[in-house]
Design a protein. Structure first.
Length: 378
């Protein structure tokens, strides 16, 4: 008997209301959820594939669930996941994450949105939805996600995500869309720290920070409380130099006209990226505010860690799960995104096999013992 009882999953997903009429229920909701998760781990990317996988693994599935009425049809999977409340399903996902995985305190939590291109439908008049995710950079783990109706609504989704997370002792990094006073306030209230990218339409803040760094540069930072760090990386014919200046000088910070409106603001940051591809040298400057003091090395490392949400989460979802290719809309798309994130989290935590996520999915489909290890990974 596998040590993977359905009752364990029931504990976390019992908050999800079953949308079906009681007397028409042939398959318990928890069985539908477990079959779907296992199938997605094993390479299923749509409802037909989930049904097909389930029918080939009936005996294995019966080792830890009843399956009194057999495997649900793909119509049942489609109907149920189109009706499940995405917020409830995401809350169940976060409950499961907290129970199953040990999250490292003090790490960088990167928050970013990803547009699911396949969810756009001209026929239904639906825009592509955006899933805002929180990524634990040290654990390589999705801590949670919130659905935004489209990319422009990411601003509203980020504070919802923050209020669901435990950010205490962690450094939260958010791109310019999330540079909002409310977000800074939530993070500070939770006893965490933030590094927020600035955008030019952020009132006077961007121009004030830019002016402080221009002045500091002209003075070569003489007499200014500041810190500096740099990193150099080379590969694929490119040389990249990243330099970070962090200022926590009170005299300089007093030049920020809206400083008092930003909870916990302790420093301003400039990161300069210089790229040489052998043909052209390009340099870009980006500005940030932070509740961390002038700790350039920590801040630069945090910014590098933030990029992991792109190449370890979003890239994996596109390449290993073909997320952007699948034409799902509305609640189906949001709930399938949760299934993918759960599958990806389990696959990333399984460390005994040194292969990519796509091949891990294949191995799990072929080898039931390996699938069992994936399901037990933590």
């Amino acid at each position: 008997m596998l040590k993977f009882p359905a009752t364990t999953w029931q504990t976390h997903f019992e908050i999800v209301d079953d949308p079906r009429v009681d007397y028409l229920i042939d398959h318990p909701l928890v069985e539908i959820i477990i079959i779907a998760i296992c199938a997605v781990i094993c390479g299923a990317d749509d409802w037909v594939a989930i049904e097909t996988w389930g029918k080939t693994k009936v005996e294995w599935l019966k080792s830890f669930m009843e399956l009194e009425k057999g495997i649900p049809t793909h119509y049942t999977f489609r109907r149920v996941f189109a009706q499940i409340d995405p917020e409830q399903f995401q809350a169940g996902f976060m409950s499961w994450t907290e129970a199953v995985f040990t999250v490292t305190k003090g790490q960088v939590i990167a928050i970013d949105g990803k547009q699911m291109r396949g969810s756009k439908s001209k026929k239904r008049g639906e825009k592509a939805i955006c899933m805002v995710s929180a990524w634990a950079t040290e654990n390589n783990l999705t801590l949670g996600q919130v659905k935004a109706e489209d990319k422009s609504n990411e601003i509203k989704a980020i504070p919802q995500m923050l209020q669901l997370l435990d950010t205490s002792e962690c450094l939260v990094t958010i791109d310019a869309a999330g540079c909002q006073k409310k977000n800074a306030e939530i993070i500070i209230e939770q006893e965490g720290d933030y590094l927020l990218a600035l955008k030019k339409n952020q009132g006077h803040l961007y121009e004030d920070v830019e002016a402080v760094f221009e002045h500091a540069g002209e003075q070569k930072f003489k007499g200014i409380d500041a810190d500096y760090d740099r990193s150099v990386s080379q590969g694929h014919g490119r040389l990249e130099i990243r330099e970070c200046w962090a200022i926590d000088d009170e005299t300089q910070l007093d030049f920020l006209r809206t400083r008092e409106e930003w909870a916990g603001l302790e420093s301003i940051v400039m990161i300069r990226s210089t790229r040489d591809d052998g043909h052209e040298v390009t340099t870009t400057d980006k500005y940030f505010i932070s509740s961390v003091g002038a700790e350039a090395q920590r801040i630069l490392a945090a910014k590098r860690a933030h990029w992991g949400i792109e190449n370890k989460l979003h890239w994996s979802l596109d390449v290993a799960f073909s997320e952007d290719r699948h034409q799902l809309g509305g609640q189906s798309a949001a709930n399938m995104a949760v299934l993918r994130h759960m599958a990806l989290s389990l696959l990333k935590q399984e460390k005994t096999t040194k292969i990519g996520i796509k091949n891990k999915r294949l191995k799990a489909a072929w080898d039931e013992d390996y699938l069992h290890r994936v399901l037990q990974a933590n």
